[in-house]
Design a protein around this ligand. Structure first.
Ligand code: ADP
Length: 182
């Protein structure tokens, strides 16, 4: 089974849920930049203070900051991994490619989770996280379209995209993901 993976898709598609389950069942490192940033905010670290207002607006934290987080985790990890919420724009994807080259590693597959906007907004509204009110959700979707969606073409050109329908039960989606991982 492939074990160096990216999870790509809009906010609300269920990346975090599926990434966590897969990482646990396969013994992969689950690296969620959103979770790591929220932990920094909760700890009140300097990094967290820098990120908090940006996250509350639904915008992207600086590339340098998230890259530093990812670099430190990947450098100290030898096994498989699953990146969730990173990269989120082309600059981050280029930086990741460079980091992986330094580490002598390669992305094996990009799991693209696909879901309609109406369902996304409903899911996010019912989740109730600090950055989950309707105006901020709409803005996060816009940021996704503008900055993150171009990564689909980026990774498609590299032959790495595996689309997965993200509607249905957690178990149904889990089975679809397992089948594309081969
Ligand atoms: P969602 O999947 O709902 O978009 P995340 O937990 O992945 O939520 O991210 C929440 C917020 O954290 C984002 O809106 C953004 O402000 C910040 N963030 C997470 N990952 C990144 C990243 N790779 N680059 C910049 N900002 C990020």
């Amino acid at each position: 089974m492939k074990q160096r993976l990216l999870f790509l898709g809009p906010p609300g598609a269920g990346k975090g849920t599926q990434a966590q389950r897969l990482a646990e069942s396969q013994g992969l490192l689950h690296l969620s930049t959103g979770d790591l940033l929220r932990a920094e905010v909760a700890a009140g670290s300097e990094l967290g203070q820098e990120a908090e207002a940006v996250m509350a607006r639904g915008e992207l934290v600086s590339d340098a900051l998230v890259l530093a987080i990812v670099r430190s985790r990947l450098q100290s990890h030898a096994g498989g991994w699953l990146l969730d919420g990173f990269p989120r724009n082309v600059a981050q994807a280029d930086a990741l490619a460079q980091l992986l080259e330094e580490l002598g590693q390669q992305i094996e597959l990009v799991v693209l989770m696909e879901l309609d906007d109406a369902v996304l907004v409903q899911r996010l509204l019912s989740r109730g996280r600090a950055d989950d009110n309707e105006a901020v959700i709409r803005h996060r979707l816009e940021v996704y379209r503008q900055q993150t969606e171009p990564l689909i073409a980026y990774y498609r050109e590299r032959g790495l995209i595996a689309p997965v329908e993200a509607a249905g039960t957690v178990q149904e989606i889990e089975a679809r993901i397992a089948s594309v991982l081969g």
